[in-house]
Design a protein around this ligand. Structure first.
Ligand code: ACO
Length: 384
């Protein structure tokens, strides 16, 4: 039985394969393993661009001219420092909860400080969106510091977005390679089709709620292990396997039990995730530099997984190698998903703004499979 209709309609669990919106922002080619932002292939953006430019591109549809770029960067830089009240909140939360929960709380709290929160005009939603893009590295950096029992670091106006994020999180200014890798990680996470967290942001904005609410919804959705939460769990899994020679046995136990191996599989990619290809190169770079075994173990897990599941379209996804890179750069495991969110904020904002310009309230239906009724109401004293 359908809500509102007796007509027979197909049930699409998880809305799999359902086209629910139009977009000009990004395109995921799942069969060829390609990812495009506004028509630019991800590899060319990673090689030639930076996060600020990609963020602008996602929001406005074109690569910024010099003046536009400088103005956007200036705006981000000006908005990056956090109000004292927010810093106090982050300190109060401390290490009591997962950093993703802290992040969700802080983003939601920012609306308390904004008297224009409920103005749903595009101009105001855009203003809030850009301020959230600017503040994300400061918030996640501060959460990371407090979670690690360290002092919060203010942004350095001389550093770019990714380098500042690295600096505010780890306390060290990145070397040029680390800066490039941080920038790359943020770029490749910036947008990815109608993924669960983006969809969540769109559902919220479609009710004409404010941008703070949309991003808070998105962060809550990203937290789960089937979505952004997989990067943290993937590294923990690789570390729990330990030495490369353990991989085969441990993996067999996991897959025999029907457990999902974190960092593998994707609803859209049925080939190697192009983002994982990029990150694997950097994981290898750190493995050579730091000489740890984790990369070798990961490679064996990848080989075994592809042999077993490759034919079914299960390959490493973006989360398999990202954690290894963040770990090598000095980030705690619990902060991996907030790093993902720091990249994705531009995609969430861009898509929420795009959707709200041709808004249609999201309201799918559920197939009712419960008691047909009407059932007779029995007073409490008469129930057995
Ligand atoms: N390990 C083992 N088996 C898997 C995995 C995996 N990582 N992924 C899928 N499968 C199997 C399922 O058990 C299922 O098997 P069955 O047909 O015998 O029941 C089959 O493949 C299809 O699984 P679905 O969940 O229907 O496939 P879907 O394409 O919807 O899954 C998902 C996508 C949820 C990401 C899944 O691959 C998964 O759970 N992966 C692990 C978590 C993960 O890495 N998430 C991050 C995704 S990327 C991102 O969000 C940034």
């Amino acid at each position: 039985m359908n809500e509102g209709s007796e007509a027979k309609e197909e049930l699409r669990r998880g809305l799999e394969g359902v086209l629910a919106a139009e977009t000009r922002i990004g395109y995921v080619n799942g069969s060829d393993g390609k990812l495009f932002y506004r028509g630019y292939e991800i590899n060319s953006l990673v090689e030639q661009s930076n996060y600020e430019e990609v963020s602008y591109l996602l929001l406005y549809g074109h690569l910024p001219k010099r003046g536009e770029y400088e103005e956007y960067v200036k705006r981000l830089r000006e908005e990056m420092p956090l109000p004292d009240e927010v810093l106090s909140l982050i300190k109060n939360i401390g290490g009591r909860t997962h950093p993703m929960s802290a992040l969700r709380t802080v983003i939601s709290y920012l609306s308390v400080l904004d008297s224009m929160e409920s103005d749903s005009s595009t101009k105001n939603q855009e203003r809030i969106g850009i301020s959230l893009i600017a503040r994300m590295p400061s918030i996640v950096g501060a959460i990371h510091r407090v979670y690690s029992g360290k002092e919060i670091i203010k942004p350095d106006p001389e550093l770019g977005y990714a380098s500042n994020f690295f600096y505010m999180s780890t306390g060290a200014r990145p070397d040029p390679v680390e800066s490039k890798i941080m920038d790359t990680a943020l770029i490749i996470h910036a947008d990815h089709g109608m993924n669960a967290s983006t969809f969540s942001a769109l559902v919220t904005i479609s009710t004409m709620a404010d941008m703070y609410s949309a991003i808070t919804s998105a962060i809550g959705t990203l937290k789960g292990p089937l979505h952004g939460g997989a990067n943290e769990r993937a590294l923990k899994m690789i570390q729990s396997v330990g030495r490369p020679e353990n991989a085969e046995k441990v993996l067999k136990v996991m897959t025999d039990k029907g457990e999902r191996v974190m960092g593998f599989g994707h609803r859209v990619y049925k080939v190697y995730d192009p983002r994982a290809k990029i990150l694997k190169r950097y994981a290898e770079y750190f493995a050579e530099r730091k000489g740890n075994e984790t990369f070798k173990t990961a490679q064996i897990i990848e080989e075994l997984m592809i042999n077993k599941y490759g034919e079914r379209g299960i390959f490493p996804n973006v989360d398999f190698y990202s954690g290894m890179i963040y770990d090598a750069m000095g980030f705690r495991t619990e902060i991996f998903t907030p790093i993902f969110a720091t990249g994705r904020i531009s995609g969430w904002v861009a898509r929420a703004l795009e959707y709200s310009t041709e808004n249609r309230l999201f309201r799918p239906k559920a197939l009712y499979v419960g008691e047909k009724g009407p059932r007779k109401y029995i007073p409490i004293q008469d129930r057995d």
